[in-house]
Design a protein. Structure first.
Length: 112
């Protein structure tokens, strides 16, 4: 019901909120600003990681994350976000390695 009412006069509602914001209504101003420049949920992390082409690279990358948290360069939440990316990279490496091994086994079976 509320969506139908809003949809019937979206332009009017937006104009009213903007007008209220211009008159100093801080709630309306927050609504407008949140839509124009929503608060960032996270920030870019500038943190050096070693190359990650294999499991050895992953081990080094996780060690770098742990050190970053320990020395205060990264927050635990930032490290957890990067660790999620590293886990996706691990899965990609694992999938690639398994496909190479399966291909090698299949080609060995064909030659035997």
């Amino acid at each position: 019901m509320a969506e139908q009412l809003l949809a019937s006069d979206v332009d009017g509602v937006v104009r009213s909120v903007v007008k209220a914001a211009k008159r100093g209504n801080m709630v309306a101003a927050k609504i407008v600003l949140d839509r124009l420049a929503p608060p960032r949920r996270s920030r870019p992390i500038h943190f050096d990681l070693p190359p990650i082409a294999d499991t050895a690279g992953l081990i080094a990358a996780f060690a770098a994350l742990t050190s970053g948290v320990a020395n205060g360069t990264l927050t635990p939440d930032e490290a957890a976000s990067v660790a999620t990316l590293l886990e996706a990279q691990r899965k990609a490496i694992e999938t690639h390695d398994l496909s190479v091994r399966i291909a090698a086994l299949e080609s060995h079976d064909e030659t035997a």
